[in-house]
Design a protein around this ligand. Structure first.
Ligand code: PLP
Length: 322
């Protein structure tokens, strides 16, 4: 099994997104860069014009620093008890999702992005507490205890109507937070960046699209990604002998009966993904491409996602451990 990552594709995708929107781009490299390798993805995104990098925890941010990445990083912190001191020493901004986290950040002088929950229902200050948290942040900022660089929220992606409600709620939350004079207001993920340019504010946080996968239910050929100018960055290859592929669930494959595998110039469907191998529908032998770039006649990761009844994010991210 080999997982090849086309850094130029990631850089190109980010450049396409940068060219298509008025806001700064924060390239999201959580989950080991969605399985592509966090430092490779981070460098490629910066080369493509990303201004910021986004991760979930401080440990991911520190790993990037250790790899020599000195760009601005935001860790939005889902951990209950994050290592704020280490984040500050590494020059990493942190997300703050509660009054308690704000107080903790102020004790150590962190630079924060206040997160408001506009409807996702997890990780963010509830709208009902937002004014109180903003007021407290204003006091702490005036005394120099904390710097509020950003105000942000995350879209649930639960449909157009609910996204629209979140977009409106975020604009209202930003109005309340104007007193903090935040430099960066950010809401949009890949989906909103492509579909709702009006929701971009100062910065967009782009993950899956940067890896060349369209966020919104693409077809098996990846046509929506191609139409948006995005090129898939991951290519996974293996070897088939007598209809048995040497890649299996332990390498990160999902159970995806029917998924296409390119063997030589034949597309052969998967019968069953086993622990360390995969049975194909024909007794072929040769070099195999599981997924890569449909523009080169290779199957797309989306075809695997459809066969496994999931989304492209799952297909590529699970290869991280390989
Ligand atoms: C993962 C994540 C993103 C990126 O989402 P995509 O849909 O992959 O673009 C943006 N913001 C936050 C807070 C995230 O957790």
């Amino acid at each position: 099994m080999e997982r090849q990552v086309d850094a130029a594709a990631i850089a190109g995708n980010v450049a396409t997104i940068v060219a298509g929107c008025d806001a700064l781009v924060c390239g999201v490299v959580k989950a080991d860069g969605y399985g592509h390798g966090a430092d490779v993805a981070a460098r490629a995104m910066l080369e493509g014009g990303a201004s910021w990098l986004g991760v979930v925890d401080v440990a991911e941010a520190l790993a990037l620093r250790a790899a020599g990445v000195d760009a601005p990083i935001l860790a939005w912190l889902h951990a209950a008890d994050p290592d704020l001191l280490t984040a500050i020493e590494a020059g990493v901004d942190v997300g703050v999702s509660s009054l308690a986290q704000l107080e903790a950040a102020a004790l150590v002088g962190a630079t924060v992005h206040l997160k408001v929950d506009t409807g996702l229902g997890r990780n963010g200050v509830p709208l009902g507490q937002w004014s109180a948290v903003v007021e407290r942040a204003a006091v702490l900022q005036a005394s120099g205890a904390v710097r509020v660089r950003g105000v942000f929220s995350h879209l649930a992606g639960a449909g157009d109507a609910s996204d629209a409600a979140q977009v409106t709620a975020f604009a209202e939350a930003c109005a309340v937070a104007a007193v903090l004079e935040p430099e960066l207001r950010h809401l949009a993920n890949s989906s909103a960046t492509l579909a709702l340019p009006g929701a971009a504010h100062d910065m967009v946080r782009v993950g899956i699209a940067a890896y060349g996968i369209h966020p919104d239910g693409d077809d098996a050929e990846g046509s929506a990604a191609t139409a948006a100018g995005l090129r898939p960055a991951m290519r996974v290859t293996g070897t088939v002998r007598d209809g048995v592929l040497d890649v299996g669930a332990r390498h990160g494959l999902l159970p995806a009966s029917g998924a296409p595998v390119l063997v030589g110039d034949r597309v052969v469907p998967v019968v069953e993904v086993c622990a360390t191998s995969t049975a194909l529908a024909e007794s072929v032998s040769g070099d195999a491409v599981l997924w890569g770039d449909p523009a080169r006649g290779e199957p797309s990761a989306i075809a695997w996602a459809i066969a496994a009844d999931t989304i492209g994010y799952e297909v590529v991210t699970r290869m991280a451990a390989a």
